[in-house]
Design a binder for this molecule. Structure first.
Ligand code: AMP
Length: 482
């Protein structure tokens, strides 16, 4: 089964090109197994972990099977957290971009009306957290008649977070004649029951559960009294000369405290927890993904499914109380063939959690001695110098794909009663343009975005700014910044 290529998976040209432009050379194990079955429209239960490429394993077949002309959503993807919701939507949008697949993300703590406006445009795939998705369904802003695919992502986390009733409420409203795919890192009895109730003769796919190993991640721990933890944290950051690190705390109060103390003492960092405004959460996550700052202090909100490249160190400032959580947290490092280090602080009260984690992992965390003050002092300048230099920004993985797409902004939108057909008509009047050159059209109230493919963007821009009108009116067009 090893080493199938994307070409051998019978993907269409537009999807294949997008996948290659995203830098995916060969399908991952989970993709090799899931994509063919999903394309045969089989119900599947997939036991796999984050970081295995599982998002693309459902995003690729979904994008393949979307009928682009259909206005109402054809697929619904449920995810447990808002960050994951946005990440999954972005992955789908990237993979489907050249085919013009439109995906929308719906999640709590963001204005309902913005999402309704988004959903009113042609939307092929909706990605949502369960509560907000249910709200939209009940208010009629997500039409379900055409749904052919349901994906439940991170099902075990849905259970942990108490979302399973809402997930079931959503499922009950969906057309019965659909394909259901469920992804989970662990398949508990409850998940089995859920599958038994809502899936048709599901096939089970298990991608050799990559045990956390000591090959890619060095696991160490420090025994430290509660009141010395913060000082040890500073010393460890210096000693390890960290490049990029997530520091996990058990509560948002601890995150607030640790991050403000670090900032006050010259260790610039940012924070992420569920009590923050949604926009701030997304901004912080994006900035960390791009490598704009090196230290993120977070609760488990950041542990699950979130894909950040090159996190060199995970520090469990507070030991996780659930053994699975240790695996999710430390899975943020040592990704994509890189080496990582996981450091856990343990005080006397934490011993039983440590034992449970070690039993679950099947190996012991290495006990390290607290570093001497002299050693830390001798290394401090180097680290502070590093903190004060600007990190090199990480490349956005969709940048190659974006080069294929020329995004145009025009100063006319819904208020001027512009419809996609009007824009298409105008663009087709540009010499040499065909409908194959037009990508996604996004019409907002006062403005619109148009994706132009095949290197013909500047031609369209010139046309729109000279003689071409939309609905008989001339418009101002410019290359979009984003
Ligand atoms: P996931 O398991 O979906 O969180 O994916 C983990 C990371 O792997 C993401 O950054 C994906 O963009 C990336 N990825 C997915 N499929 C592939 C592939 N076939 N080759 C290389 N990277 C991939």
């Amino acid at each position: 089964m090893n080493n199938l290529s994307f070409e051998e998976l019978n993907l269409s040209g537009q999807i294949l090109e997008a996948v290659h432009k995203l830098g995916y050379r060969n399908p991952s194990k989970v993709q090799q197994q899931v994509i063919p079955k999903a394309m045969e429209n089989k119900d599947i239960i997939v036991k796999s972990q984050t970081g295995s490429g599982k998002t693309a394993s459902f995003a690729i077949p979904l994008c393949e099977s979307i009928d682009i002309e259909e206005r109402d959503p054809q697929a619904l993807v449920l995810t447990p957290t808002r960050e994951l919701c946005v990440q999954v939507k972005d992955e789908i949008a990237n993979i489907g971009r050249l085919k013009r697949v439109r995906a929308a993300a719906v999640f709590g703590k963001q204005p309902f009306s913005d999402q309704v406006r988004e959903l009113k445009q042609r939307t092929h795939i909706v990605v949502g957290t369960p509560g907000r998705t249910l709200d939209h369904i009940e208010r009629g802003s997500i039409v379900l008649d055409k749904i052919k695919y349901l994906v439940i992502d991170e099902a075990d986390e849905m259970l942990n977070m108490g979302f399973i009733d809402q997930v079931e409420d959503v499922i009950k409203k969906l057309p019965k004649n659909r394909v259901t795919m469920l992804f989970s890192a662990t398949i508990s009895e409850e998940i089995d029951k859920l599958c038994g109730k809502h899936m048709k003769d599901p096939m089970k796919i298990e991608v050799n559960p990559e045990r956390i190993t000591t090959e890619r991640i060095k696991h160490i721990c420090y025994k430290v009294g509660y009141e010395y933890k913060f000082n040890l944290l500073k010393d460890i950051l210096i000693l390890e000369n960290i490049d990029s690190s997530i520091i996990f705390c058990s509560t948002k109060e601890n995150v607030d405290e640790v991050s403000s103390k670090l900032n006050a003492q010259g260790f610039p960092c940012d924070k992420l927890h569920g009590g923050m405004m949604q926009k701030d959460r997304l901004d912080v996550m994006n900035a960390f993904k791009r490598g704009k700052f090196r230290i993120l202090v977070a609760t488990d909100v950041a542990a699950r499914g979130i894909d950040v490249q090159d996190v060199s160190h995970i520090i469990n400032y507070d030991i996780p109380m659930e053994k699975e959580s240790y695996v999710h947290r430390t899975g943020r490092t040592g990704r994509a063939g890189k080496q990582g280090k996981a450091i856990t602080f343990v005080n006397n009260y934490d011993n039983r959690f440590l034992l449970q984690i070690e039993e679950y992992l099947g190996f012991n965390l290495e006990r390290e001695e607290i570093p001497s003050k002299d050693l830390v002092i001798s290394l401090k300048k180097d680290f502070l110098d590093k903190l004060n230099t600007k990190p090199v920004l990480k490349k956005d993985k969709s940048s190659e794909l974006n080069k294929q797409v020329y995004k145009i902004y025009i100063n006319a939108g819904k208020k001027k009663k512009i419809r996609p057909g009007d824009i298409v008509g105008a663009i087709l009047s540009v010499e040499g343009l065909t409908s194959d050159d037009i990508g996604i059209i996004d019409i907002q109230d006062g403005f619109s975005y148009i994706d132009i493919l095949n290197g013909k963007g500047s031609k369209v821009l010139d046309g729109l700014n000279t003689d071409i009108t939309i609905k008989g009116k001339s418009v101002k067009a410019q290359r979009a910044k984003k």
